[in-house]
Write a protein that binds this ligand. Structure first.
Ligand code: ADP
Ligand code: MG
Length: 249
């Protein structure tokens, strides 16, 4: 499996462009805990190029979700600035979509309805959004489940619907916060391979958060390691080993 993954990564890295889609300049965040003010994220500088697949890895509490919430526009940095497509980020919008650990799907809608939801909010007409939703469900291998209800799906299938719901909006940046962590190991590995395939086919820029070191190295072309809110390592995954990462985290 590893060999085929690496070959698919090499093929896909061709669509990585030089131009940064995302820039973080000295971005920091501190939650207010009464009197206590420990930084959840220390000032960080980062560029993500269009088409990259970057993994953010670190133990629980290292600031991974805080970083993603900032990038999703749910939190506002107290310091520094975030530029998406060269523009300062001003709250959540369709430019960046966030997929979280537990699929927050609408149980009263069908699978297709869930994927169409964001398009409907954008005001797209019914026939067009249905077509786009079905195309995206095909991409994640769930076309035959389009008219099913969410409760009929397995946990892995639900996460694929969540990813489809993010992808259908054609975001500049797809943010994934431990999307497979609630799943068993074999499903997690399988969905990882599928996600790489999806990335290869769509060229979407992906920022993927995980606390599994092996997953970070397998999926990301580049890996960013966080510990206690600090970036302790950043580099090409091909030049990083798992013991090296483990020693840092
Ligand atoms: N809503 C919050 N209010 C206060 N502190 C928070 C909140 N969310 C996270 N934190 C704290 O910020 C730090 C980083 O958390 P988080 O970004 O969730 O880390 P990770 O996703 O890597 O587990 C931790 O010390 C955590 O306790
Ligand atoms: Mg988290």
């Amino acid at each position: 499996m590893t060999a085929s993954l690496y070959s698919s990564r090499a093929a896909a890295s061709r669509h990585i462009q030089h131009e940064p889609v995302l820039r973080l300049e000295n971005v920091a965040y501190t939650y207010a805990h009464g009197m206590q003010t420990k930084a959840a994220l220390e000032p960080i500088n980062l560029n993500i190029r269009r088409g990259e697949f970057v993994c953010v890895v670190g133990p629980s509490g290292s600031g991974k979700s805080t970083l993603l919430a900032l990038l999703a526009g749910f939190l506002k940095p107290q310091q520094g600035q975030i530029l998406l497509e060269g523009q300062p980020l001003n709250g959540p919008n369709a430019g960046q979509t966030l997929v979280q650990q537990e699929a927050a799907l609408f149980p009263w809608l069908t699978v297709c309805g869930n994927v169409e939801f964001g398009l409907e909010r954008k005001g797209m007409k019914r026939s067009e959004r249905k077509k786009r939703a079905l195309d995206t469900l095909e991409l994640v291998g769930l076309l035959e489940f389009a008219e099913r209800r969410v409760h009929e799906l397995s946990g892995g299938q639900r996460q694929r619907v969540s990813i489809a719901r993010g992808l259908v909006l054609e975001p500049s940046l797809l943010l994934l916060d431990e999307p497979f962590s609630a799943l068993d190991v074999s499903t997690r590995e399988h969905l990882g391979v599928e996600l790489l395939e999806l990335w290869k086919r769509t060229g979407t820029t992906i920022l993927f958060v995980t606390h599994h070191l092996d997953e970070a190295l397998r999926l990301g072309g580049r890996v960013i390691a966080l510990r206690d809110g600090k970036m302790v390592l950043e580099g090409e995954s091909s030049g990083i080993t798992e013991p090296q990462l483990r020693a840092l985290l």
